[in-house]
Ligand binder design. Structure first.
Ligand SMILES: [Zn+2]
Length: 381
């Protein structure tokens, strides 16, 4: 793991909890204030009510009309936009090829980097009977230098017509894994090929690429409505503000889950519910709900074992990586090329912490994530 040790997990949980303290309380208090309009005697809000009131606050404060947003995300324009944007960012070119595939819905592209063939990708992006129901990237062939070119597939379930913006973000995310697979496909040893990094770093490049799906300058290159009008920058700002509402308390809840995951595996408790109650009061901004036993339905407790922290860790690293980019010019190829060659192309051949240090010119830290947590959303006017 990139994090290095168990002690570092405990330290990470403490530090993120501290960074999320103020923004967590701020947004929770907004929820409580809204709840008091319905129940004037309410003195606290629990997790069950928080989901409902977060939806209300998003609708009332940020006023994002999901139906309006969808009109800018026609699938075919989004798919072409994704290829154009990533082509510009990483200097790659996609050529549609008539390759054998498992279904007529699947499109295949050969990908080259300045004339050098990197490999082949398959996009299987729409739902059909009996198909895998989620969105994921799969490796079909791992790349090995001078022996075989990598091949990979995206298997998703997007609409053939207008898409939700969250699906556009998912598409960028999963495509990030696919590019990582291809760009890191020229190693001598297959063990280091493609998305072969430490488990707690593997999501960071994809979480980073999601940023491009949240910026008006990027979206406006392909997201336009039927009349050909690009998505307004003000709408993108509102979408982003609504999306980011609650990031502080969500980080606190994640640290509560991470603490349960870590401590239930490293300590012995006579009464797990009592331990959970204590951890929740320490790390979460929402109170324990009497009579509940959250850990009994926490599926990740055995899936992730003690390492649920990874979920937040890779986002912290992604925010740190983002500091190297010019937010006014996300297409600055001097930075994206260096990122491609330093981080993506390396695959699993070196420690992620070293790759990040080489790219940033300093060791990773949590500052960018803390700044992001503490930045306030701009409510709709
Ligand atoms: Zn992912």
């Amino acid at each position: 793991k990139m994090i290095g040790s168990g002690d570092a997990i405990a330290d990470f949980i403490e530090r993120i909890t501290e960074a999320a303290e103020r923004p967590g309380r701020r947004d929770r208090d907004i929820l409580l204030e809204r709840m008091r309009q319905d129940r004037p005697d309410a003195t606290q809000i629990d997790r069950a009510d928080s989901t409902y009131y977060a939806e209300l606050v998003r609708r009332e404060r940020f006023r994002v009309d999901a139906q309006e947003v969808r009109t800018y995300f026609d699938f075919s324009k989004v798919r072409q936009g994704l290829l154009d944007v990533t082509g510009r960012l990483f200097g790659v070119r996609y050529t549609l090829v008539d390759a054998p595939a498992w279904h007529s819905d699947v499109t295949a592209y050969d990908v080259d980097l300045q004339g050098e063939l990197l490999g082949r990708i398959f996009l299987d992006l729409h739902p059909r009977e009996g198909k895998y129901k989620h969105a994921a990237q799969f490796s079909l062939v791992p790349g090995v230098a001078a022996r075989q070119l990598p091949e990979g597939a995206l298997v998703c379930n997007f609409s053939r017509g207008l898409m939700e913006h969250s699906d556009v973000v998912t598409l960028f995310h999963e495509f990030g894994h696919l590019l990582h697979h291809l760009l890191a496909g020229r190693h001598e040893w297959v063990r280091f090929s493609g998305v072969a990094t430490e488990w707690d770093f593997v999501e960071a490049p994809s979480q980073l690429l999601e940023e491009w799906a949240w910026h008006a300058d990027v979206l406006r290159t392909f997201a336009s409505n039927d009349a050909g009008e690009p998505i307004p920058a003000e709408l993108v700002a509102k979408m982003r503000a609504a999306h980011e509402f609650g990031k502080g308390y969500l980080a606190r809840s994640q640290m509560f889950y991470a603490a349960v995951s870590f401590q239930f595996h490293t300590s012995s408790f006579d009464d797990l519910t009592e331990a959970e109650r204590h951890l929740q009061s320490t790390y979460d901004v929402f109170p324990y709900v009497e009579g509940t036993h959250f850990h009994a339905s926490f599926g990740h407790l055995d899936g992730y074992t003690s390492a649920y922290y990874t979920y937040m860790w890779s986002l912290v690293i992604a925010k740190d990586l983002l500091t190297a980019f010019d937010m006014e010019n996300l297409f600055d190829t001097a930075v994206t090329t260096r990122y491609r060659d330093t981080i993506l192309a390396a695959g699993g051949s070196r420690d992620a912490a070293d790759l990040v240090r080489d790219f940033l010119g300093r060791p990773y830290n949590f500052d960018a994530f803390a700044r992001w947590l503490n930045s306030a959303e701009r409510p709709a006017t």
